[in-house]
Design a protein around this ligand. Structure first.
Ligand SMILES: [Zn+2]
Length: 468
C-alpha cells in the first residue's frame, strides 16, 4: 500500500480546535521526503536542508546545533525551540525543558516523522500566531533530535552501520535481557554516545523525555527491564488516565508488559539514570498492520495531540512543594505543605539556617503525595529558632532515585507562627528585638502572595488540559 507524497501529512491536525483565526493547519504539513517501500521516508539530506532553513528563517525561535556525527559522519541535528529573546518565562521563573528524539531505528520512519512534526508544529504555530504554540515557546525549551540514526535511515535498516540496535546500547542494565545486537559495550556507538552527551550537557533538568519509534500502536513508560511498575507509577498512571479519558485511547503501559522485556533502552536510561518522566511513542502504519483501517494521518495526528498535552502541562510532571505554614510550640514544629505537581516526592526535608549557612535545625525526611496537602510534625527545641535565619526546603522532583534535587528558600511571607505559652501568656522565645518577631509580623499573609506567579502557571497550564 503505497503512501502518496503530499497526502500523508497535509491534513494532519485539522481537527484540533486551538488554532487562531489566521492559523491554517492544512497548509503546514507538506512532508519533505519520499515514499519508499510503503514508508513515509525523509532522507538525512532532506532533513539537513530543512532544519537549516528553519534556523535561517526563524532565528528568534530556532537554535540549530549538531550534537555529533553518526558512524558515517552525518550530523546529528538538534532543533532547539524557544523564544530565545527571553532567558526565562515572562514571570521570571525558569523555563521548563522537554527533550524529544526520533529515529533510533532507521527503518521506523514514522518515529522520525513524529519528531519532525513536533518541531514543525511549534515553528508554524509561532509564525502563524497560534496562542498555544506561542505560550509553549515563551515558557518552555523544546530540544528535538529528529533523526538519531541517519545511516540506518538512508539504508532502510533498523541497525546503525555497525549492525547495532541503538536502542539496546544505553548504559542502563545494558545487555541484561535476551536481546539482539546491543553493541560491544554501553555507548559503544557514535550515535548513542552523542545522544547521552547531549542529554547530560543540555537537558539534565528536563521534566519530559519522549523517544519516538514505529511498530505497534502503543505508548510505553518505564520499565523495559522489569515487569514491576516504576517508583513514579502515580505520575505515569495519572497521565495515562487523562490521555485515555479525553485525548486518545492509545494503550499506555509499562514497556516490559506492554511490549516485551528490553534492556539498555534510551527510555529506561532517561528515567533510571537521568530521572526524567520518559515515554516511548510507538506508531503503527499500514505496513505493520495489514488491514488497518485507520488512516496514517489520523494516527500521527492523535499522537501529536498527546504530545501537545504532555508539553502544555510539563510544569506538572514533577513534585512542586509549597510551604503553607510553619507552626512552632516549645516542643513541636508542624509543617503544612502542599504539592501542586503530579509526581510524589519521598525524601523531602526542611532546614533552618542562619545567614552564614549553618544549619540550626533540620527535619527528618518526609514524603508528600502528588496533588496533595499534608501536615507533618517534628520534635524541636524552640531555642534553635532564636537566631535570625531562613527556612530551606530540599526535595527530589520525583520518587526515582535519579531525579533532580530542588533546594529552595521558603519565602519570607510564609506564615510562621510561634504558639503562645499557656502560663505566661507571652510568646515563647520572643523578645521585642528577637529576629523571629520580624517573621511573626508576617503572620496571616497568605503564601499565595509570593507564589502568585506559580499559581498563574498552574492556571495557565490547566487550561489546555481542559480543552483537549
Ligand atoms: Zn524502534
Amino acid at each position: 500500500m503505497r503512501v502518496a507524497v503530499g497526502l500523508t501529512l497535509c491534513m494532519l491536525l485539522a481537527c484540533i480546535p486551538t488554532a487562531s483565526a489566521q492559523f491554517d493547519p492544512e497548509s503546514l504539513y507538506a512532508w519533505p521526503g519520499d515514499p519508499v517501500d510503503s514508508h513515509v521516508h525523509m532522507t538525512w539530506a532532506a532533513l539537513t536542508l530543512e532544519v537549516n532553513e528553519w534556523a535561517d528563517d526563524h532565528p528568534g525561535i530556532v537554535d540549530l546545533m549538531s550534537t555529533g556525527e553518526s558512524e558515517l559522519g552525518k550530523a546529528l541535528w538538534v532543533v532547539r525551540l524557544s523564544d530565545w529573546s527571553m532567558d526565562t518565562k515572562p514571570n521570571g521563573s525558569a523555563k521548563e525543558i522537554v527533550y524529544i528524539d526520533g529515529g533510533h531505528h532507521g527503518n521506523e520512519y514514522l518515529g522520525t516523522a513524529l519528531a519532525w512534526l513536533s518541531a514543525k508544529w511549534y515553528i508554524d504555530g509561532w509564525v502563524n500566531g497560534d496562542e498555544e504554540a506561542i505560550n509553549v515557546l515563551q515558557t518552555t525549551e523544546l530540544h528535538i533530535l529528529i533523526m538519531l540514526n541517519p545511516d540506518g535511515n538512508d539504508f532502510d535498516t533498523r541497525w546503525n552501520i555497525n549492525q547495532v540496535d541503538l536502542n539496546r546500547n544505553y548504559d542502563h542494565y545494558w545487555n541484561t535481557c535476551p536481546t539482539t545486537q546491543p553493541g560491544s559495550s554501553a555507548f559503544s556507538e557514535a550515535e548513542t554516545a552523542a545522544n547521552s552527551a547531549y542529554i547530560n550537557q543540555y537537558v539534565t533538568d528536563a521534566d519530559l523525555y519522549v523517544t519516538m519509534h514505529t511498530g505497534v500502536w502503543i505508548i510505553l513508560y518505564p520499565w523495559g527491564k522489569w515487569p514491576e511498575q516504576p517508583p513514579d507509577w502515580e505520575l505515569f498512571w495519572s497521565i495515562r488516565d487523562t490521555v485515555n479519558a479525553g485525548i486518545s485511547d492509545i494503550p499506555i503501559q509499562n514497556a516490559n508488559q506492554g511490549l516485551y522485556p528490553n534492556c539498555g533502552t534510551s527510555r529506561d536510561y532517561g528515567y533510571g539514570v537521568m530521572g526524567f518522566p520518559t515515554f516511548t511513542f510507538e506508531t503503527d502504519d499500514e505496513q505493520f498492520l495489514p488491514g488497518s483501517v485507520e488512516n496514517l494521518n489520523d494516527r500521527l495526528g492523535e499522537e501529536m495531540d498527546v504530545m501537545r498535552y504532555l508539553i502544555d502541562n510539563v510544569w506538572f510532571w514533577r513534585a512542586r512543594l509549597v510551604v503553607q505554614s510553619i507552626t512552632i510550640d516549645d516542643e513541636t514544629l508542624a509543617l503544612d505543605i502542599a504539592n501542586h505537581g503530579e509526581a510524589s516526592t519521598s525524601m523531602a526535608s526542611l532546614e533552618y539556617r542562619n545567614p552564614s549557612g549553618e544549619v540550626l535545625w533540620a527535619s527528618s525526611m518526609f514524603g508528600v503525595n502528588a496533588t496533595n496537602s499534608t501536615v507533618v510534625s517534628f520534635e524541636v527545641d524552640d531555642d534553635a529558632f532564636e537566631e535570625a535565619g531562613v527556612w530551606n526546603l530540599n526535595y527530589q522532583k520525583r520518587v526515582i532515585n535519579a531525579s533532580t534535587w530542588v533546594n529552595e528558600t521558603v519565602d519570607g511571607n510564609t506564615s510562621v507562627v510561634m504558639i503562645q505559652d499557656a502560663e505566661s501568656g507571652f510568646l515563647t522565645g520572643f523578645g521585642l528585638f528577637n529576629p523571629l518577631a520580624v517573621i511573626l509580623s508576617f503572620v496571616g499573609v497568605s503564601f499565595y502572595t509570593r507564589r502568585e506567579n506559580d499559581i498563574e502557571d498552574v492556571i495557565n497550564d490547566v487550561k489546555p488540559r481542559c480543552e483537549l
